[in-house]
Design a protein around this ligand. Structure first.
Ligand code: AMP
Length: 420
């Protein structure tokens, strides 16, 4: 017997309806904001990620699922989609044909993590990217979009945290300043932060270790690392959010893990997720990424929510499938008639299932009940001879004889009542 790979999940009937519901809501919400759907491959060249996320990041260092074809060609199962979408943007000349591109996506991502609650090896993102504008209006729109999605998913109790990392130069100068300020505190940092000191010093700011967190608290208080342009950009984003009455907190310690972020970064946190993995989703600007990949200088911003975490925080929603009609043949002659009846009803868009063989009425009714059928149709020798069916309404138990020619109309009335 085989078990699933640790850190992966089967999404079974009964759970998959919640997923489909999220996808339906996403589709509607993104469409309202005029974002169009994009699908990119799950496998990419591994270098796409090491180049863009940063060689020193945890994802690239420890978490990539690599597929080695030969020494030259190493593929990776994508750990995130932003780099893939930028690759697709450049490769398909979308800058020339479409200019400013607003896209959304949903799909599996892969990271070799230690599996725990809210942390999987195959998890799913729903996210968006707006590529081709540096305007702070787009930052506001994308945060508004992410917040609207959560509202539409019926998720409440989240907090939006924002920060600005500044442009590439600001980031570099800020990292240097941090290294100086941390030089004589290295002995007090956790092992991982000591390694981050040289490779990715900004990450020390959002380390969850209590001692590192206390040190970080003292290190940065304001936004004095921002140049005048980046400072003005950040102020415009905050003003925009204020004007839309979108509540947020500013945290100078929010840095996000990846190298490609510039200027605005943000996180949606939810207390339901616990203190270690409290982010429902996150995003930010990546004004240098498209160019880093060989494309034209193209400012951009995006975000992604983790679907598994969204589902952990969603109020249990009752999702009603459309009502089911179940057809039961009594006797061998009726099996054929039921086959044709089911085929005809399905052809008219009615959700319909049936017994494939003639068994006891009691057993077939039990099956109809287990499936949650709202209506049962019984066909035996008498009904065949008379051109009728016996129709049983499962909620009331009422039974009636309906002629075959009136059946569809009668079912439509009953099913629309059952749907309410
Ligand atoms: P990131 O791409 O790391 O910024 O993650 C964005 C969101 O994806 C997080 O806020 C989580 O909701 C989700 N996420 C990231 N990594 C995992 C994981 N290993 N398991 C489940 N969800 C994840």
């Amino acid at each position: 017997m085989f078990n699933r790979v640790p850190g992966t999940k089967d999404i079974l009937p009964g759970q998959s309806e919640q997923w489909q519901n999220l996808e339906r809501i996403s589709d509607k919400t993104f469409s309202c904001f005029n974002y169009r759907h994009i699908r990119t491959p799950i496998i990419e060249h591994a270098a796409l990620f090491s180049r863009t996320l940063g060689e020193a990041t945890e994802i690239v260092q420890k978490q990539m699922f690599l597929i080695k074809k030969d020494d030259e060609d190493v593929y990776a199962l994508r750990p995130e989609a932003t780099a893939s979408i930028c690759r697709a943007f450049i490769e398909n000349n979308l800058d020339k044909t479409q200019g400013f591109v607003k896209v959304w996506y949903a799909g599996p991502m892969f990271r070799m993590e230690r599996p725990q609650k809210g942390r999987l090896r195959q998890f799913h993102h729903i996210g968006a990217e707006a590529i081709g504008s540096a305007s702070p209006e787009v930052d506001v729109e994308i945060i508004d979009l992410a917040r609207t999605l959560l509202d539409n998913f019926k998720i409440s109790g989240f907090t939006i945290v924002i920060n600005s990392l500044g442009c590439g130069q600001d980031r570099k100068a800020f990292s240097q300043k941090l290294r100086e300020r941390l030089k004589d505190k290295l002995g007090s940092l956790c092992e991982e932060c000591v390694a981050r000191y040289e490779r990715n010093v900004l990450r020390i700011l959002d380390c969850k270790n209590e001692r590192c967190s206390a040190i970080a608290e003292d290190l940065v208080r304001g936004h004095d690392h921002l140049c005048p342009d980046c400072s003005a950009h950040f102020n415009s984003v905050k003003r925009g959010l204020d004007s839309l009455a979108i509540p947020y907190q500013v945290s100078p310690r929010l840095v996000r893990g990846l190298d490609y972020y510039t200027r605005t970064v943000f996180e949606f946190k939810h207390s339901e997720l616990g203190s270690q993995q409290d982010a429902l989703g996150a995003g930010g600007r990546y004004d240098g990424l498209v160019q880093e990949l060989g494309g034209p200088q193209t400012p951009a911003i995006g975000f992604a929510f983790g679907v598994e975490r969204l589902l952990l925080c969603q109020e249990a929603a009752e999702i009603k499938p459309s009502p089911l009609v179940f057809c039961i043949p009594l006797g061998d002659a009726a099996v054929e008639a039921v086959r044709e009846l089911v085929h005809g009803l399905r052809g008219q868009g009615i959700r319909c299932d049936g017994s494939y063989e003639s068994r006891s009425l009691k057993g077939a009714m039990r099956r109809a009940n287990d499936l949650g059928a709202s209506t049962v149709l019984i066909l035996g020798d008498n009904e065949l001879a008379a051109g009728t069916v016996t129709l049983k309404d499962m909620a009331s138990g009422a039974q009636e004889n309906v002629s075959r020619k009136d059946l569809t109309a009668r079912l439509k009335v009953l099913l629309s009542e059952a749907q309410q």
